[in-house]
Design a binder for this molecule. Structure first.
Ligand code: PLP
Length: 386
């Protein structure tokens, strides 16, 4: 709990500070809760369902979810990857967090290892431990890209999965097609060596939030033992509605048994099924996304300012986070100073397994972003970045 509660702690301290100083005087860049409202098509679907309810609309359905919604998800994945997918490859899930837990429970035996790259999404450790798995962390390079030499060394006889997150939270990097091809090839080599499947579990809620015309390389195109575990939390800006899905490559070994496992785990983890109403809503929204250009505008603004202030920082290619190097060694002391002296809330790198950095979110309104800049500039100056 202590290790994993940084983001929530900052969020709660932010609430206390907002009470004390007034919400307009606290600039919260700590939580990835998108400011954007869902796109108009979302309301259209809400209204359609409210105006034309059908009997049983709020009842149970099969644990995998409505076949029509799963077919719509499969059709979208086919469009994106060129791989023929059907509703038999998809189980609807309770957000990406629910989807990852269902996938891990399905594939892990106690003691099995799951590899994650540093910096990592805070709750991965907890998710893996939920299912008696063991996390193995692997370092990335200076640009936060996976290092294949380190990955090779980390894979052993108990490795069951590589859990990836691209576009990445907290760094904003997107794993390119060449890298994905190399990872796929490496996993197949190791599968042959150890005689069992090694899955890529792809946590990709940001896959449509991608900038500068980049194309998202889906793991489905590079490794048949890929499981997509994702949500519409960020691409439709509906994080509180808890709707996502798990999708398995149609050519995965033991495909049907795996699907039965995913459905069973959806039930026994206590989800039973993903929210019925939202399944009906997202069915017709598979190719709809919030206006990504707005986030790109924020990305450009924050990146340009941080560079001007003297911070060392990579330009994010996707998602809505930026992860600069901290000007002092103690990232926790730094974010506290930023909070106490300048009312800017951020998260220390230690929360992501990489001390010496800090994370800022830019899925906030323009004013919050603009008002955060003087504090960041003041500390850059104080610590001699310029
Ligand atoms: C990388 C990553 N994975 C998973 C999640 C959880 O997504 P969801 O709200 O859909 O469960 C988040 C939320 O911020 C995230 O950033």
């Amino acid at each position: 709990m202590v290790k994993g509660s940084w983001i929530r702690r900052m969020f709660e301290e932010g609430i206390a500070m907002k009470k004390k100083y007034g919400p307009e005087n606290v600039y919260d860049l700590s939580l990835g809760n998108p400011i954007m409202e869902p796109p108009p098509e979302f309301r259209r679907e809400l209204k359609r369902l409210a105006d034309h309810p059908y009997p049983g609309m709020h009842g149970y359905m099969e644990n995998a979810g409505y076949p029509e919604t799963r077919a719509a998800v499969a059709a979208q994945l086919t469009k994106e990857t060129g791989i023929k997918m059907t509703e038999r490859d998809v189980v609807m899930a309770v957000g990406a967090a629910g989807a990852i837990n269902v996938a891990l429970k399905t594939i892990l035996d106690p003691g099995d290892e799951v590899i994650v790259f540093l910096p990592w999404f805070v709750d991965y450790f907890n998710y893996v431990e939920n299912h008696d798995g063991v996390v193995k962390t692997v370092e990335t390079d200076a640009g936060f890209m996976p290092r294949l030499d380190k990955l090779t060394a980390a894979i052993g006889p108990r490795t069951k999965a590589l859990l990836i997150d691209s576009p990445n939270n907290p760094t904003g990097v997107v794993y390119g097609a060449d890298l994905m091809a190399q990872i796929g090839e490496l996993l197949r080599r190791k599968e042959a060596e150890y005689g069992h499947e090694i899955y890529i579990v792809s946590d990709e809620p940001y896959k449509k939030i991608i900038y500068d015309g980049l194309k998202y390389p889906s793991p489905l195109n590079f490794h048949r033992h890929s499981i997509i575990a994702t949500s519409h939390s960020k691409d439709l800006s509906i994080a509180g509605e808890r709707i996502g899905y798990v999708a398995l490559h149609p050519e995965a070994e033991h495909h049907d048994e795996m699907m039965t496992g995913l459905v069973f785990c959806t039930r026994v983890l206590g989800f039973i099924n993903a929210p019925a109403f939202m399944q009906n809503v997202v069915r017709n929204l598979q190719d709809v996304t919030i206006p990504v250009a707005e986030y790109q505008r924020h990305r450009d603004y924050i990146y340009e300012h941080l560079v001007r202030f003297g911070y060392t920082v990579n330009k994010p290619q996707g998602a809505f986070y930026i992860f600069p190097r901290c000007p002092i060694a103690d990232d926790v002391a730094f974010i506290h100073e930023l909070q106490q002296e300048h009312h800017v809330l951020t998260v220390p790198g230690v929360a992501f397994g990489t001390p010496g950095y800090f994370r800022l979110v830019y899925c906030v309104d323009d004013r919050t972003l603009e008002r955060s800049m003087p504090g960041l500039e003041a500390l850059a100056r104080k610590y001699g970045l310029k």
